[in-house]
Design a protein around this ligand. Structure first.
Ligand code: HEC
Length: 137
């Protein structure tokens, strides 16, 4: 009886892993690809202003994905909101600043990237997906 239970638990475990191709709680390869694309976006669109030694808003976006520096970091421009709340794009000020809803949530300043056109919907969606996946590095 006991070994039967063990075997069926094992079967469930194997089927679960085979189904998703990942261990629970770990980002899958797709998430890692999204994370890499997010950093490329930051490098292309943001680091001209957001990098040391004089990072705008003291926000350095060089390698921000791999260092995790945005995650659970309080936004400067608004009370009580994180730049990136992992798993919760709707609560992440980064998304507000990119889609131009930052004033609605009590924030300030301009829509990002400041200098030019807004990011495309597809690019904002990539960043949203990355946050929804838990902001993997
Ligand atoms: C031309 C310079 C410039 C570019 C390019 C730029 N930013 Fe900014 N960013 C600023 C300045 C200046 C501020 C502070 C004033 C404000 O909030 O508008 C700021 C503020 C922010 C904030 C708010 C930080 C906080 O703690 O409140 C976020 C988030 C942000 N930028 C993200 C980005 C992202 C992501 C990109 C690229 C898609 C980007 N910025 C591109 C100049 C820039």
């Amino acid at each position: 009886m006991r070994s039967l239970l063990f075997v069926s638990l094992l079967a469930v475990g194997v089927a679960g892993c085979a189904g998703s191709g990942q261990h629970p709680g770990e980002p899958d390869a797709g998430d890692e690809a999204v994370a890499a694309r997010v950093q490329v976006l930051f490098d292309d669109q943001c680091t001209s202003c957001h990098s040391e030694p004089e990072a705008a808003a003291r926000l350095d976006l060089e390698a921000a994905v791999t260092t995790g520096s945005l995650v659970d970091r309080p936004a400067r421009g608004v009370e009580g909101r994180m730049l990136v709340a992992p798993g919760r794009p709707e609560s992440s000020y980064l998304i507000d600043k990119l889609q131009g809803t930052h004033l609605e949530v009590g924030g300030r300043g301009a829509r990002m990237p400041r200098r030019a056109d807004a990011l495309s919907d597809a690019d904002v969606e990539t960043i949203r997906r990355w946050i929804a996946a838990g902001a993997p590095r």
